[in-house]
Structure formats: C-alpha cells, structure tokens
Design a protein. Structure first.
Lengths: 374, 361, 361, 374
C-alpha cells in the first residue's frame, strides 16, 4: 500500500491551488450528476442499464486528470464519471443517457457506451474484460505511429477473472506497449466479492505474472490516485513498461438500478466506507489547508447543480434520432453500393422502416487521426 | 392446475431434478448466495441445496462452461446459466468445439450430459452488445440440442427432459416472459425434445416461430381472426432437432407459411424453415414462404430506433396480409395493411437504397 | 497474364497493399519469422517489411483479435490471420460483439477497418475440432462483411478491396486450393465486395455455391454436360452482402436451383439461398430448390467415415440428377444417378431411422 | 530449479529396482513407438496431424507413473506417450492412429484424441489450452463425489498464453480443487519460442497469480519429474492445494510432420539437447548403478521392437469403421426418437450414407462411473 502522506505533501506543493480546486469540482460534479441520473432513470427518461460512479469519484478523477493530452483512456460500462472528469460537455453526456441525437454517441450507445474521441476517451464497453485487449491495441497503434501518448485501461475487480485480461496483459508486457491497467477494486462484481471471485484477492499481485510492476493505492484519496497514475503513465510512455495499479474503493449504490445493493453486504460495511467518503475527505483536506471556504464549497455545489439541471433540460429538449436513420452508422462509405444487390427475396418485415440508404460516413478513409481524434 | 410463472416453472424443474438426482448441480454468475442475474430462476436453490450444489462463479464463462463439461464427462449433470446469450460468445469454443464434439471424437467413450441455460431477452434498450439472438448458430451445430420453451408448462417439461438428456442441451429462455403465468401440473412430467406444438389451429395460414415471437404471432392471429382469417400458429419449442413434420403437415393444410423470428433473418432460423417448407410443400404453396425478423443492425439504444429495429406485431401482421394478398386470398389494397408493411414487389426488387437499408441493415 | 497460385495471389495483394499504405500490418500465429501456418500466405513478408509490421503472436486469438480492433479504431488497417476457422471460436466475442458492433454503438464515431483471414480447409483427417465450416454465422451478423474467393484472381482482388474497406471483413480462404493456379494481372485491380460471378453459363440448371464447393460444382457441370445437360454455376464470392440479384436472374432463366456448401446445411448458407430463391423465383421454379451439404456430424478421423461425411462430386451429381427428374427434365431412372444419391421421396419422408441419421447426423 | 541429486538418492532407495526398470522400458517404448509412427505416417497409413513425444519421454513417464489408481490425467494432442506410459495396449493406440475400429477411440479421434477411460486418461485435446478448464471440471467432480483422486493436466508452454489457462487456474485455486497443472516446456509452441510468446518466460512463476505453489524441474530427469509430480499430486489430494509444475524439456522433431523443426532453432541447440537425451541419461544412470546390463538393455530394445511391430500388424489387419456407422456416436440414447421428425424437406446430399439410425449408446445413463471409468 503506497503510503499517502509523503505523496500528499509532494503533490500539494506540486499542484497549483486552482488545479486542486478543479479536482474537487469534478468530484462534486460526478456525485451530483449520478444522483440526478439515478432520479431521471426512475422517471423513465433513461432506459437500459445504468451504472453509477457514486463513491468512486476519487478513483475516477485521480486517474483521468493525471492523463496528458497525448494519453487515451478506455473504461467499462461504468463510465459517466470518466467523460465528465475529462470535460465532455455535461449536456452531451446526459443527452446520451436520454438516447438523444445530441448525445456523445448520437443516442446509439446510451449509458454504457459513452465516448469522446476529441478528449481521447475511447469508450465505455459492455462486455466485462473484453475491451482490455482493444485498449492494448490502441497502445499498439500509438507505439506503431511513434506517437507520444500511453493508454490507460480502467477495469473492475471482477474483470481480472476473464481470459481477456490475461491475454491482453501478456501481449502488453511481451511487446512493451505503453499502457497502464487500472483495476478499480470496489470490492464486488455485482454481488460477488473479490474473495469469492479471485484466487489471489490482492489483485495488483497479478502484474508479476507478466513481469510488470503492480501496486495498490487508496482509491478514496484523489491525490494518491493521481500521483500513482501520473507516475505509472510516465513509466509507460518513457520506458515502454506497462503496469497495474489497483485502486481500493467502494460503490455505495447497487451494481445497477435493479440491484438494491444489499443482501451481499452489511449496512455497517457501507456506513464504514461512507465515513471515508472521497468527496468529503478531499473537501475536508482543502478546508484544512484553507484552499476551500464554506462559501466556496457552497458555490461549487450551486454551479454544479445548475450545470446538471441545464444538461437535463438540454437532453429533454433534444430531438430523438429519426427512425428513418436506423440503418445509419452500421457500415461505412462503401456499403451502400456493396449491399445494393441483396434485396431480391429478402424477408421484408424489417424493411418496413428501412428505406433510408446506408450512411455515407463523413470521415475520409485516409484521415484516421481526424476520425479517431488521435 | 396451479397457475405459476415461467420463472417458477423453471425453479420447480430445477428443484425437483436436484432432489431427484444428486448429480445435478447449478452453476453461473450471480445465481447463488444472491441472485442478481436478470432471470432470477435459481432464487432459493442456494438456501435449499447449499454452496456445494449451487455455485457462484467468477466472470469466467469460458472457464466455468469448460468446468461444467469436465464435470459432466465424469458423470455429473451440471445446469449452467449464462446470464444472457450475449455472454456465451466468450465461451463459444467450449460449447461448439468441446461440448458438441466430445462424444464423437472420443468414439462414444465420453459424453456431456449438461444443460446451458441462456436468457435471450431483446429490447428494453440494452443496446448492441446485450441484445442479440443468434440461437441459429447452436441449431447449426451437430452434437448439440437446442430447445426454446415459451410457456411455463413447456419450460418445466423441457427443463426436465434437458437435465435427463445424455447430450449437451442449449436451453433458451425468454427474458420477456419470466413473469408470465400458465397452468403447470405439480406431478412429475416431461415435454419431449424435438416436438413442436400447434398453439393455435387455423386453416388459412401457418405462422411458424419460436421464443417470444410466438406470443406476437398469437396476438396477430387474433387480429386476423377479427378480419375473418384463421391463422394456425406453431411454436417450434425445439430448434435442433427441428420438428419439420408438424410444420409441413400444417402448411399442406393452409398452403401459406409465414416464418417469424426475433433475430436477424438473413442466415437465421427462418431461412431454414423457408428452405424446408418450400422443398416439402412445393406443390402445396399458394405463395412463397414469407419471413419476418429483426432489423439487420446492431441494436441501437434510443427507444424510437430500437422500436424500429425489433420485430413487432404490425410487421408480422403486415407480412401476413401481404402473404394473403400474394396468394390471392385477399385482394390487393383490401384490408388495412399498415403503411410500414409494403411488400418488396412481385419481383422482390426495391430501390437500391431501400434494398441496402433493408438487408444491409 | 502470368499464372500464379492462390497463395501467391494473396501474397501479392498483401505485399502491394503494405507497400501502398503504411497503416497496413499483418498479425497472427506462426506467420512471421517462420511461417508454419498451413496457409503460408505471409511467407516472405517478415523479411520484406520487418518485425514492426509482421507480428507473430502468442496463442491468444481473443487477445490479438482484440488488439487488432483497438489498433484499427486508431486508424491502422490490421490484416489478421486465424490459422484455421476453428480457432476463431475462442475469439468469437471480439468478432461478433466488438468488431461488428463498434461503429453502431458509438454512433459512427469509431470504425474498425480490419481483415480477418481464416483458412476453411476441411477434410484430410483433421478430425472434429479442426474440420468445420460455420461461415454462415459471420454472414448472419450485421456489421460484418464476409467474402470467400475461390480463384487466384478473386483472391487478390477481394483482398485489396477488403484491406481498403472501412468495415471489418471476414476473409475466408480455402485450404484445398492454396496451390491452384490461375491468371492474375500484375496491374493493381480490385474485385468488388458483394458481387457474385457466373463461372459457367448454362440453361438447364443453376448450381449456387461458395468456397471449395464451387470447384466440385464445375466438375459436376462438366459431367452433366456429357449427358446433354447445361448447368450454370455461380460462385457467390461474398456471403454478406449476398448478391441475390445474380442468383435470381440465373434461376429465372434455368428454373432449377441446386445450392451446395461444404458445411452443415441445416441452418447453413444453403438455407438462406433456398429461402431467397423460393421467394424471388416462386413462379419460375420447376422444382423445389435442392441443397447439398456436409453430413451433420462432428468430422470423424477414419478416412472412410470422413469421405462419407464430406460433400463430394457424386452427392452433388446425384442431387442435380434428382432435381432434373423432379422437374420433369429427366425421366425417373434414366441416366446413371449413383445408388447413394436416392431422393427422400416426393413428400420428403424417409424411414425415421434414415431421417434421424440424415439430419440428426 | 529443484536440485536433482538429493531427490535422486531419496528415490532410488524409495523405488524398487523393477519399478526403475519399468520406467526405463516405458521411455524406450515411447521413443520407438514414435519413430515407427513417424515412418507409418510417411507411408500414408496415418493421416491428419501427428505430434510426437520424442525427446520428452522423461517428462511423460515421470509424470504419468507418479499417478495413483485414483488420479486422472488430461493431455494435449501430443498424447501418444501418455497412453503408452499408462499401459494402454500398444496395438489399440497404433490402431487409433491408423483410424481403425479397434483403436482406443474406434477410429473417430485419431492421433490427437487418444483416451483410455479405464486407465483414467481422459483424452488428448486439439484446441490449445481449452481443455484446462475441462480438467478442472473433472477435479471438481472428484471433489464433489468425495472421491480420493486428483487430476493432472498436462499442457504446453504455448498454452499458458491462453485465456482458458487463466480462468481455469483461477477457478481451481479459488475452489481448492485437487489438480496439478504440468507445463511441459519444450521451449516452443510450433515455431514460437517461450521468450517470444510469454511476458514472463519463467512459466512456473505464473502460479503465484492464483496463490498456488509453482516449481520448475529438469524435464530430462525422469526421477526428478516423478518425485515432484508425486509430491504435488499428494498436495492436491491431501490438502486440496492445486499447483503448477514446469518441466524443462525439448522436442527433437518439428511440431508435426509438416514442420521440419528447423528455421526457428539451430542445429547446435538441438545437438546440445541430444547430449542430455532423457532415455540415454536414465539408461546410463541405471547402468552405473548396475541395475541394467548391456544385455538387458538389448533385451528391452528387442521386446519393444517386437511389441511395436505387432501393434502395426494388428492395426493393418484391423477393420475400418463402417461408413454406414457415420451417424454413430453423435448423440446418446434419446436422440433417435427426438430426431425422427426432422426429415421432411431435408437436403439429401448428406443423407446418401445416412441410413444408419442414431447409435443407442450402450452405457446406462445412471452409471457415470462405468461410463467414465471413475
Ligand atoms: C463476459 C460478461 N459476463 C457477464 C457480464 C454481466 N456483468 C456486467 S457487469 C458485471 C460485474 C463486473 O464487476 P467489476 O468488473 O468488478 O466491475 P464493477 O461493476 O464493480 O465496476 C457482470 C458480471 C458481462 N457484462 N460480460
Ligand atoms: C486455440 C488454438 N490456436 C492455435 C492452434 C494451433 N496450434 C496447435 S499446437 C500449437 C502450439 C502449441 O504449443 P505448446 O502449447 O507449447 O505445445 P507443444 O506443441 O509444444 O507440445 C498451435 C499454435 C490450436 N490448436 N488452438
Ligand atoms: Mg467491482
Ligand atoms: Mg511447447
């Protein structure tokens, strides 16, 4: 467990005050956004699954704010905080949850599949563990094109049991690719505790199987998380050495709205974590260091409240995707011509609204950078 | 007879078979100590049979499906739950290249008496990675059996048959109707694998489908009935073996066949149905076999897009009307076929755009 | 025009595209420093383009297919080799739930320009786990494109189209003909995805197939020619998109269709073909669409068993004769249909034993 | 690296002379069987793939002869030696390679899919790594039925890169199942060296990721391999503690007949391993200890020669499986009735020889032991 205090001192001298305040603000924004999203879900304005970052704000903000402009990040379906922390317009995130054309994925992906190519957020993904090799592939591309950045792959404790995790880390270690695997250990995969899912519950130790450094950090301490992340991203960029960082944190809510979040954990356990609430903890520390007054804290809360409410209003007023566009974004440029000879004898049940031609993707094939925001 | 839900029917079957046979165990993610899996079919089993026989696994579908196979080769009868069919993709090699192959490649010296339960729920905005129906792939695989009960009665009866079967059985459950009720006898009974059921009798048209689409087919049949058309509805119940005899007997009677599936029809279940019917009923058909399926797109999140992509009653109804028109039973234009259900035209040609849209979907 | 082998044609395409576009890389098992992969298609590329662009991977299909996808989302154009189609089963989730879904689920913000090459060789006693052909599963999946060249010319032309395509393309190669020769221009050319080719013209019967079965179909057509029957043979070349127009135009001319595939026909490629043809050519058909496929069994090792399981010329020939008889072009009994090719009988019924044997296979 | 000499001393006192001679005989049998199989392959009497154990005899015999009557073993496609070492009739093994009805798998499986349920050999498997979870499942069944044995799973160095390896070892460690994972590290997976396929080339170290003991042993020393295997199988049986044993050995031949075995390794490398040939090494040691005279060695060679030749003759004279039986061994008891309604409209191409009804598997459904030879 990397001790926190020295880190802290180093950081608070290292980080300018406004940066410290920005971290705090992002944490408050995520907390409030998630609370309102939860409420919107119960009002049936959001469908499908909804996985909240409440309780994990320090881990989310500590990791994502340590990225340089060259770095990329991948996340699981529990991805709202990542987009918000990176500065994706709150309204575009909320609009995606509402399934609107103005959403970050134009209403096609919803809560689990946020992304922001411009800010190097390459997606929230729905299959546990399966996107880890994809993140390693992004690191491969950066390395191949001699680009300066590294890739940070956020994954859950439960994901470490997947074969994809093993194959991906072996490839990253073998080919010395610039990536950092951040295991957000919130104690459970749905209702299954780490102890019931992993033969080695100290997950960071698995790094050794790939000759990688692995370490564990207090995921409730945003500065500790940020320091470790920055250091290990540098290691990836400068020394082509991938590594594993395990952040110990907790989710207050259930896995998703269908899960009350009890049954597999005691009220006492939840309470004990609330006593180390990451947002309060950091606010407290800023106050102690006279970087945040009660009025300022009040101000932050108000600003965030207003911003989230505006996002909800924006999402509500935004247009739904047009059903005529069902066949858009399925294939790229060449498909319309290629599929033009397939109609005869087709079942037509699904053609009822299929009159729209295949989309001609705007992006030119020879501008991958532009396309993927590299 | 008591009325119980589809979920309870499956629970009963599991409970009864576990009580009857020590070798039956249940395994999967979130199915034991707590049941967070959407199906909640295993609720209570952990409390009743204990951690030894009801096992929560890590997120390792490839691992625990393989583990189930190995246990089965030594005589256990594992019933595995794959939370939703989408996740079996990471265990595909275990199902296709192992469970289905073992008896043959070892010359009959080993067998895999195992049931793999999968929830094939589609819709409710679960989006592209969580809203698929590719059961045709399992049905295409020799060595596997594939069943798809749609009523509580069939759910219990087929589950018992599957557990007692000596081969690997892919057991498809429909998320949309876990809570629907139906009559189920308390007595021990089984429903044979490989036998379809005629769930509605009719003389004018045969609608063949499986899974949730059967529910829709029945509603559409009611609607057609109001218009003086009697549709026969067949619930396949098994996809492999496929009960072609029942389907063919019906189409010989009605001279019209409409095949419906939730999934992507091109290379899907309805393709095999149409191919079989046209061959066995060539002289009996008054019109080509028609098919209705889901839009051929990865499922989008937004509700209006998803609604447009999913099979719905109107699409089935429109296809049925169209079929009746093509076969001369209805005059063109007569009756109220919804605007969105216009046919592709006699020669099946439509503007390239529409074609691409339709099929390239 | 120079005569080169199918393997050389693929090599040329890869070499030319790698020279043309820095973003093209090649990845797979045993394809680089040494090429022990049966296809040997990548031979020489490592020496020419180096370790940076030609990568030998560990035995991690799920891992390196995912890696290819990630690299493609950032603009590279990976060409992956899965040693044989059988091994893609461990990477199925990456292909189906990721490569095929990414463009849609991210609203068009990301795309996956990637080629997945697979050797679909069957036979030569490779046994159950190494002798499958389930390409229909990929063809059933929206978001993917699936091509299957059978000549050196098409191999080179389609490989170039696939590499330049902005979507994931499953590229099926046939192990049986890597060494067969054909004319291939040295000039840069492409063969469009989604276009079938009529490889033999005829007026009496249309034989539709893909992959190695096309070779057999051509031989059978020759044999039929000797008996005064002119068969038209169509090589689909693409399975998704499927060029139904070319198939339908041919059947409208010949009034008879025989669909042939290497794989398991039930729920296979020929099912979709028969379904499409019967619908588009309902009024044109003189007999039901007939299908021939591999025996529905996990492939056995012993040569006599394997020979009995594989599609062969006699089975296709027998089916063709049967079709001509059913459609009244040949009198029953006339001509020498081999004993092993007796039809199922007018109503398609055979003794239960045979039925089970046939389809349960 | 577990030092050999103490082991050795312990063993040579522990093992009766005839047992030592039996080990030697089995190693010679495997060597000779493989040489003759190779020759039969070139004469086209064997088809498909053919993977030989030549060079790996000490690892094969050392591991398999350490099993008790309660233990089970799984192997990859490189499986001839396992069957031979366990005492499966040589003629039934050769007959399987020849694809005859008299083969261990009745000609259905061939070289890659040998098995001997009576001797607890649960198969040679063709998909790299994929059978590791299946072996763990067998261990689960033993544990579930409170049977005394453990399961030994033999796998190659290349297989440790598969996701199946990771998921299987995690499950075995998590549930304390009685198994031993033996990594036969012959330096290469086809043409790819361990260094080019594994981020951590010291493969036994991967055991730690599952909180398992892992050790490495000289795979050319049959007694060292046997001692370690016996000890770790006991650990599995008595303490429900799975573990990993890495045996360092070498294959002289190519991966399979299509691979000359050069190109990726130097003649010097091959030669250096031949100097530590496991059969010679052990024969030499027995001689030094006066347990084996030249005449006796001569006798062993002659016996083995005769036995293998008899197996070839037997295989040649054995009947092929009857093509009419193509649909046998596809499904079990209940299938004939279940599939009886599927005929109409079927394509008939494959029905040409399909007249045989589905096999009625002999084994009663309620005798798993009998069925799987438990
Ligand atoms: C392969 C696969 N199996 C199962 C699921 C269902 N599932 C969704 S989230 C989840 C738990 C993941 O836990 P963890 O990795 O710890 O992430 P967390 O939700 O705690 O952030 C499971 C089992 C899935 N999405 N993918
Ligand atoms: C999943 C999978 N991918 C690829 C192959 C092809 N293949 C067969 S053996 C082999 C090498 C295995 O090497 P190793 O595990 O070291 O075993 P060895 O052959 O050395 O005994 C490969 C890549 C396969 N059978 N299965
Ligand atoms: Mg978790
Ligand atoms: Mg090896």
């Amino acid at each position: 467990m990397s001790t926190v205090s020295p880190t802290e001192r180093r950081l608070e001298t290292a980080l300018p005050d406004e940066e410290l305040l920005r971290l705090y603000r992002q944490m408050v924004l995520i907390r409030r956004f998630e609370e309102r999203a939860e409420e919107q879900y119960t009002r049936d304005r959001i469908g499908g699954y909804l996985h909240l970052n409440i309780g994990e704000e320090a881990t989310v903000v500590g990791t994502t704010t340590a990225m340089t402009a060259d770095d990329y990040v991948f996340a699981s379906y529990r991805d709202h905080g990542v987009a918000l922390s990176l500065g994706t317009p709150v309204q575009a995130v909320m609009a995606e949850l509402f399934g609107k054309e103005t959403g970050v994925a134009h209403g096609r992906g919803g809560s689990m599949h946020l992304l922001d190519v411009q800010r190097h957020f390459l997606g929230g993904w729905g299959i546990v563990g399966a996107y880890i090799p994809i993140a390693v592939g992004a690191a491969f591309a950066l390395d191949y094109e001699r680009r300066p950045g590294a890739v940070m792959c956020l994954l859950g404790d439960g994901a470490t049991a997947t074969g994809a995790f093993h194959e991906a880390l072996n490839l990253a270690g073998l080919w010395h690719l610039p990536c950092l695997f951040v295991v957000t250990n919130n104690g459970y995969g749905m209702g299954t505790s780490v102890e019931r899912s992993s033969a080695e519950p100290e997950l960071f130790k698995r790094a050794a199987a790939y000759k990688m450094p692995g370490e564990r950090v207090d995921g409730q301490d945003v500065l500790a998380v940020r320091e470790a992340t920055a250091r290990l991203l540098r290691l990836a960029r400068d020394e082509r050495q991938p590594s594993v960082l395990e952040c110990i944190t907790y989710r207050y809510r259930g896995h998703s709205p269908i899960d009350p979040g009890r049954g597999y954990r005691t009220p006492e356990e939840i309470e004990s974590w609330r006593r180390r609430d990451p947002v309060d903890l950091f606010g407290q520390r800023l106050r102690e260091r006279h970087l945040l007054s009660d009025d300022e804290a009040e101000q932050v809360a108000e600003d965030v409240e207003r911003e989230v409410q505006a996002a909800i209003d924006f999402a509500l007023q935004s247009p739904d995707p047009n059903p005529e566009a069902l066949y858009q974004h399925i294939y790229g440029r060449q498909a319309a011509e290629q599929f033009s000879r397939m109609a005869p004898g087709a079942p037509f049940g699904e053609r009822s609204i299929g009159a729209a031609p295949l989309t001609q993707e705007a992006t030119p094939p020879d501008a991958p950078e532009q396309r993927a925001g590299g | 007879m008591p009325q119980i839900t589809y979920r309870q029917a499956l629970q009963q079957a599991l409970r009864e078979e576990m009580a009857r046979d020590e070798r039956v165990i249940v395994m999967g993610e979130e199915i034991g100590e707590v049941t967070l899996t959407p199906s909640k079919v295993t609720e209570g089993l952990f409390q009743e049979f204990g951690a030894k026989r009801v096992l929560d696994t890590p997120i390792s579908e490839e691992g625990f499906v393989g583990l189930g196979i190995g246990a089965a080769t030594l005589g256990l009868r594992p019933v595995l739950e794959i939370m939703t069919i989408n996740f079996v993709l990471v265990a595909m090699d275990q199902v296709i290249n192992h469970a289905a192959k073992i008896r043959t490649m070892f010359g009959g010296e080993l067998q895999v008496p195992m049931v793999i339960r999968m929830n094939v729920a589609q819709g409710s905005q679960l989006t592209a990675q969580h809203s698929q129906a590719f059961e045709a792939w399992f049905a295409n695989t020799p060595g596997l059996k594939v069943v798809s009960p749609t009523t509580p009665y069939d759910a219990k009866g087929l589950m018992k048959s599957a557990i007692r079967d000596d081969d690997p059985v892919v057991f498809l459950e429909g998320g949309q109707y876990y809570s629907e009720r139906g009559e189920v006898p308390e007595a021990d009974f089984t429903v044979p694998i490989g036998l379809a059921s005629v769930v509605r009798e009719g003389a004018d048209l045969t609608i063949v489908s499986h899974g949730y689409a059967v529910r829709r087919a029945l509603r559409v049949a009611e609607r057609l009935h109001g218009e003086g058309i009697d549709a026969e509805v067949i619930d396949l119940r098994s996809l492999r073996p496929l009960d072609v005899e029942t389907v063919v007997a019906s189409v010989r009677k009605t001279h019209r066949a409409l095949c419906v599936e939730q999934g992507w029809p091109t290379y899907g279940v309805t393709a095999e149905l149409a191919a079989r019917i046209q061959r066995a009923c060539f002289a009996d058909l008054d019109a080509p076999v028609e098919r209705v399926g889901g839009a051929e797109v990865p499922m989008p999140y937004a509700r209006p897009l998803e609604n447009a992509a999913l099979v719905n009653d109107d699409k089935i109804y429109g296809a049925a009307r169209q079929l009746l028109v093509e076969s001369g039973m209805l005059a063109r234009g007569v009756g109220a076929a919804p605007a969105d259900a216009q046919p592709a035209g006699g020669n099946g040609r439509v503007p390239a755009g529409a074609a691409a849209g339709a099929v390239a979907g």
